[in-house]
Write a protein that binds this ligand. Structure first.
Ligand code: ZN
Length: 554
């Protein structure tokens, strides 16, 4: 579910996943030019604080930041001052007046003690406020945030997320009960994310309000959150708390800094403790930001290499509650995670313990091996169960890093191809094929009646069909299985080898998975092309301008 994306804001692009650094204009702990130099692109500030001090003008000038500014409505600050409600439109207008780029309507916070009825009233009112604000914000070319409330009431959250989902706002922000974020009550947060992700358009950035500790970021990114914000770097610094990816440390309890960031590398805790309060806070704030930044880089790099879940499972050991939340997440979001998880991976799956069996790759493999009926025998491979011997070289069984070696048996190529087609496409094949082989004896091309129908890819032993291979898949599968059906207007374009964009997809088989090779047909079910599905079926319907199928030439 984790993804890399580019978020287009009115003032430039932001690489996601990312963190909006919260700056309090009354209490600057790290100057914005330094925040920017570190590599952060997005600044968040509270419109309530600005309004209270009577600020008028351009917020970019005030913050000395030319990049995108995201303003919060201040609902939380107002609440802590005992004021529960405000005129939402007035607050939206104020954010537009000060030229903020990302605008938050005044949402009604659901409190831990609110009854379900009261929570529902607040959620519905919040939806109305977003609806009301959309035309105003869009008219100015700015982005609108839809805050998803619900407190600890799953029914309320689902209703709120579903109604907001229909509005197709620009950013979806999950508001959670603040103590849940602060007091290691991760399970409540996981539920809030799961329900929201099930209902909102996956094409929009998903922001988890208020999560800013580097330790929890890998998990929340793995669950599909793209954006975070936090004032925590500064609040923790005031308290002498030094953030790391495995938890918080106290300045007065450290002898050495376990960090080589540009502020820590030549300092010692003893030296820093002797500084003035202001200088000390600046130092820790800056380290805390570096620590967040480093974790974000690790996360993005792990996503590029399909290794984020390895990082999540590694981080889970930092805290028993985090471990519990991680295992709970893998169960709670298993269906959605499997749906969105690419079929093709850059590297082998690592078996590090019982938790590996909860990973989407393992759950999927277990489901797909049940399709195989042509097998002569199966052998037990932990954690997959009985794997047909014909596909032991296929991903993930053949690219599996485990303390116990997966047995490799030689099977005849026709049996392998038959089992592979059952595994990938759930189709039964009775024809006899011929094959070409590499010097090392690996199967290369698959040939039927003297014509090449595709090849077996070296890295994962998957079948890569050409147009004849696609025809074979189609002939063996009933409509609409194993198909992407495109609209008439895209037919000509796609038949010339151009990619299929989401808005031209009429329908597709919901069993298909991202990075799977798939036949592309027209409304009359005639084969037009073959290509690689880039998104999951649900995402194809949520996105418009994104490529759905990258068409293969030749
Ligand atoms: Zn540091």
């Amino acid at each position: 579910m984790a993804r890399l994306s580019i978020w287009e804001t009115p003032r430039g692009r932001v690489e996601l996943p990312n963190m909006a650094v919260v700056v309090n204009p009354n209490l600057i702990s790290v100057p914005t030019n330094e925040i920017r130099e570190m590599g952060f692109q997005l600044i968040m500030t509270n419109s309530y604080i600005l309004r209270r001090r009577g600020f008028s003008g351009d917020v970019h000038n005030l913050l000395e930041h030319n990049g995108p500014v995201y303003t919060d409505s201040g609902a939380y600050q107002l609440f802590s001052r005992g004021i529960e409600d405000q005129d939402s439109i007035e607050i939206v207008r104020y954010q537009l007046e000060i030229n903020s780029d990302v605008i938050t309507p005044f949402d009604l916070l659901v409190m831990p003690w609110d009854s379900e009825e009261e929570a529902m009233r607040k959620a519905i009112e919040t939806v109305e406020r977003v609806k009301e604000a959309i035309p105003l914000v869009r008219e100015k070319g700015k982005l609108i945030v839809a805050p998803i409330q619900g407190g600890r009431h799953p029914k309320v959250r689902r209703k709120c997320a579903r109604e907001l989902g229909k509005l197709r706002a620009d950013v979806y922000a999950i508001g959670v009960v603040v103590p849940d974020l602060l007091e290691y009550n991760f399970k409540e947060v996981v539920d809030a994310i799961a329900i929201s992700k099930e209902e909102i358009p996956l094409s929009r950035p998903c922001h988890l309000f208020g999560a800013g500790h580097p330790m929890v970021l890998p998990l929340y990114v793995a669950l599909g959150c793209d954006l975070f914000d936090s004032a925590m770097y500064a609040i923790a610094a005031r308290d002498g708390r030094y953030l790391t990816h495995s938890g918080s440390l106290r300045l007065d309890e450290m002898e050495e800094f376990p960090c080589n960031c540009p502020v820590c590398y030549n300092k010692s805790p003893g030296e820093v403790s002797g500084w003035s309060k202001r200088k000390r806070e600046y130092f820790i704030s800056k380290h805390n930001l570096y620590s967040v930044l480093l974790e974000l880089k690790r996360i993005r790099e792990a996503i590029r290499r399909n290794r984020l879940l390895d990082l999540v499972l590694e981080r889970a050991n930092a805290h028993p509650m985090l471990k519990e939340a991680t295992l709970y997440s893998l169960k709670r979001l298993s269906v959605l995670m499997e749906e969105l998880d690419p079929l093709e991976k850059k590297s082998g799956l690592r078996h590090i313990g019982p938790e590996t069996s909860l990973r989407p790759e393992v759950r999927r493999a277990r489901r797909l091996i049940r399709r195989i009926r042509s097998t002569k025998s199966r052998i037990y491979v932990d954690p997959f169960g009985p794997v047909p011997i014909e596909i032991l070289k296929v991903y993930p069984f053949g690219q599996f890093v485990s303390p116990r070696e997966t047995p490799r048996l030689e099977v005849d190529p026709n049996s392998l191809f038959r089992a592979l087609m059952e595994y990938l496409y759930d189709v039964r094949i009775r024809e006899r094929f011929e094959f070409t082989f590499s010097k090392e004896g690996r199967i290369k091309d698959v040939i039927l009646n003297g014509e090449r129908i595709g090849s077996i890819r070296a890295k994962d032993h998957f079948f890569v069909p050409n147009i004849r291979g696609a025809r074979l898949i189609l002939e063996k599968s009933e409509y609409p299985r194993n198909r992407v059906i495109i609209k008439k207007e895209a037919e000509d374009f796609v038949s010339r080898g151009k990619s299929v964009f989401c808005k031209f997809v009429l329908d597709l088989d919901s069993e298909l998975r991202p990075m799977q090779y798939v036949p592309v047909v027209n409304e009359e079910d005639e084969l037009i092309a073959v290509g690689k599905l880039i998104l999951s079926p649900r995402e194809v319907f949520d996105f418009e301008r994104h490529v759905a199928v990258r068409v293969k030439r030749g």
